[in-house]
Design a protein around this ligand. Sequence first.
Ligand SMILES: [Zn+2]
Length: 327
Amino acid sequence: MYGYASPGVLAPAEAEALRKAVAHLLGEPPAEGQPVRASQSEGEVVRWSEGEAVRWMNQQGFTTARGNPWRREVLHRLLTNPRIAGLDSAGEPIEGWGESVLTPDQFRQLNALFVERSGQRAPARDAHEYLATGGCAVCGRCETAMTGARVHSDAPPSYRCPPPTETVPSCGSVRMNADRLEDPVAEQVLAELLKPGAQARLEALQADIEAEAARLRQHIGEADARFASIGDLHGRGLMVESAFLAAQKANKEDLRLSRARLRYLEQMTDLPIGGVHDLVHWWTTAPHASKKALLLLEVEQVRVLPQPEGSNDPHDRIQIVWRQSAA
Ligand SMILES: [Zn+2]
């Protein structure tokens, strides 16, 4: 076992390397001459990840008991072995063990940290890719754009009307599980695709979107000129300070909204409609971004209503506003 020459007898260099790595994992203040992150400010305590500890061990030229470079799993297995702290599998001190690499206290802290970190990673592992966020799904009660959220890390992904803020007086009271919202919406989107003329309709919608995106890009490109001309009027004393500030603020807000709208539209333009003959088959195998593109292109809005009394049918909670072609 790495760190020991024999049970209860330290291999000094190995034990020292492990102790230093563990000190960094636990975020103990670095000893002199120890590597720290470039971004770390003086006196700041930074806990290494296991990956960082492994990189450091390898950079220092330490190899495993078998002479191989360290890997995260190998270090993790070693540091979660109670014997590294002279303990048996029940966590009791082994009689006559002699010296240990870590103290029982360090061992417990370290393992608590590993448990905590694995818990933090869990939600990210099954992160849900929402199909109708960003303004498509809106609260049927207050018209606010719904956001993707989980009530807690183990809860299923859901759409919710966000709690009100100073600028957005949302109701914050409507919530729907993502699968209950997205499945029936997808069902209706696919039903639309099976209607005659679907392909031509999609192409017309896409042309509209591309035209609007082009107008927005031009408008955004002209923002500097707009700011300059306001500044010019102000500089020549033709605009009072309050009017200047108000005009600047309005232009900034307009720019922000234009950019947000453009980002939203750009999600719809990445759709290989022309070459797709069987759209339903395409839907079942398409990547998330393409499905979202199709959904956002066809659906202007999904209005999500509070659950009506006596109904458990998700279709009763959803009103789809289909995008209409300008042509
Ligand atoms: Zn609401």
